[in-house]
Design a protein around this ligand. Structure first.
Ligand SMILES: *Cc1c(COP(=O)(O)O)cnc(C)c1O
Length: 457
């Protein structure tokens, strides 16, 4: 059993959550057409839908909200944020934007030309979308360990550098516009990337003259994994590890709604390339707003500057990653299958192994997500076949059927985690009774957000 680290904070303000009965939840879920995105959050007891923008801000951040400088140009809060980026990442230039996908929208047209490839360990969905909007082609080259959910590997998020170099040689280096390293690797289950892998990817990028960009949403969690799993980093601080990580890249995009613990915000960082910074400023003004606010209020810039420091605090990270590991230990003991080892921000329950009687076209991971809501008011989501839109009318089969439970930062206590584990273990006992689902209505694209379903009787 992993040693659980208690919260490195105490609670000064609370937000009540509603307790509901199973009968009420049956009614709410039916009214939501068995789509958890259509549920009112008031009907959810423990909300594990996402860790994006759902963290609790600290007293310092809330004090910062009151101090935010709302000047249109040259705001004090902007300079505070730029200084924080210089200090933590060692980058000369930074551009605030309203969230992660805005950073992609502004930066990618500066790097990608029509017909070029973007190579990544794994593109996050918005990242993939913005590559495609540049008429470029996203190519994922993650290590093979990523798909093995049962066996331990310390860095399942890594780029497969050999295959990456072979791919560059195959298509020609002029056809590769950018290499993007996503840390942690969200789509592989929040799995970390090693410093060695970042360094090696950077070396190859330089060799072929390809810009190297970090998708930095969970940079601090990744640094924590490097500190605790990679030899030579045990005694380094999270900040030193962060500095070294970013020294290998040319630029980063960041959704600050994750590790910077704000409800809204994003960043572009540029190491030292002034021409790239000028191009970024050029797109920021029409897309996001003037350079010194970038689509955010002054108070948001202030909270972000403070949150960046709170996000790299070692005691916070030990508690945070410890929470996810603790939940993993409870599930392991209860023999509930999940992507092992646990990553940084979420638990990915292996619904294919838990519900082997439900075929992929009846959406086992969605069935489990619905059951977990009925059982205990817990909201997760499907990362499996239900998330895949039909191709020419045919339902693709996802390689993995995950029900993802994200853990928001500084929001839930150990008792909440115990309840999640208890609910899942109860479900496992009666798993064979759970039924699959069919879709009764769906939109053309990104159907999982709005589709309507019904249980198969
Ligand atoms: C969340 C996320 C994004 C997109 O950020 P938004 O703030 O949701 O726009 C991009 N990349 C990764 C890895 C993310 O987790």
């Amino acid at each position: 059993m992993a040693k659980y680290i208690a919260e490195p904070f105490k609670i000064k303000m609370i937000e009540p959550i509603k307790m509901t009965t199973r009968e009420e939840r049956q009614q709410y879920l039916k009214e939501a057409n068995y789509n958890l995105f259509s549920l009112k959050s008031d009907y959810v007891y423990i909300d594990c839908l996402t860790d994006s923008g759902t963290g609790s801000m600290s007293d310092s951040q809330w004090a910062g909200i009151m101090k935010g400088d709302e000047s249109y140009a040259g705001a004090r809060s902007y300079y505070k944020l730029i200084d924080a980026v210089k200090d933590i990442f060692g980058y000369e230039y930074a551009q605030p934007v309203h969230q992660g996908r805005a950073a992609e929208k502004v930066l990618f047209p500066c790097l990608l030309k029509e017909g070029q490839y973007s190579i990544s360990n794994m593109h996050f969905d918005t990242t993939r979308g913005h590559v495609t909007l540049c008429k470029a082609i996203p190519k994922d080259i993650v290590v093979k360990e990523a798909t093995d959910t049962e066996n331990f590997a310390p860095f399942k998020g890594n780029m497969d550098v050999e295959r990456m170099e072979a791919f560059i040689n195959e298509v020609g280096c002029d056809k590769v516009g950018v290499i993007i390293m996503t840390i942690t690797n969200n789509s592989a289950g929040g799995q970390p990337v090693s410093m060695e892998n970042i360094k090696e990817t950077s070396r190859i990028a330089k060799k072929y003259g390809i810009p190297f960009v970090i998708d930095a949403a969970r940079f601090a969690e990744n640094a924590y994994f490097i500190k605790t799993r990679e030899s030579g980093y045990e005694d380094k601080s999270i900040k030193d590890i962060t500095r070294e990580t970013f020294s290998y890249a040319d630029a980063f995009t960041m959704s600050a709604k994750k590790d910077a613990i704000v409800n809204m915000g994003g960043l572009i960082g540029i190491k030292d390339n002034e021409a790239m910074y000028n191009a970024v400023k050029g797109f920021t003004v029409p897309f996001e707003g003037f350079v010194t606010y970038g689509g955010l209020a002054g108070r948001d810039l202030e909270a972000l500057a403070i949150g960046l420091y709170e996000g790299i605090d070692y005691d916070f990270l030990r508690y945070r990653i410890g929470q996810v590991q603790y939940l993993g230990e409870l599930l392991k003991e209860g023999e509930v299958p999940f992507q092992y080892p646990t990553g940084g921000h979420a638990i990915f329950i292996d619904a294919k192994r838990l519900l082997p009687h439900i075929p992929y076209y009846q959406f086992p991971a969605q069935a489990l997500a619905c059951e977990l809501y009925l059982e205990a008011g817990i909201r997760g989501c499907d990362i499996g076949s239900y998330m895949l839109d039909p191709v020419d009318g045919v339902q693709p089969e996802s390689e993995m059927e995950f029900t993802r439970l994200c853990i928001p930062r500084r929001v839930y206590t150990k008792a909440h985690l115990d309840l999640i584990a208890e609910a899942l273990i109860n479900i496992k006992e009666n798993a064979s009774k759970i039924k699959g689902y069919e879709i009764v209505w769906q939109p053309q694209v990104l159907r999982h957000f709005t589709a309507k379903l019904k249980p198969i009787e």
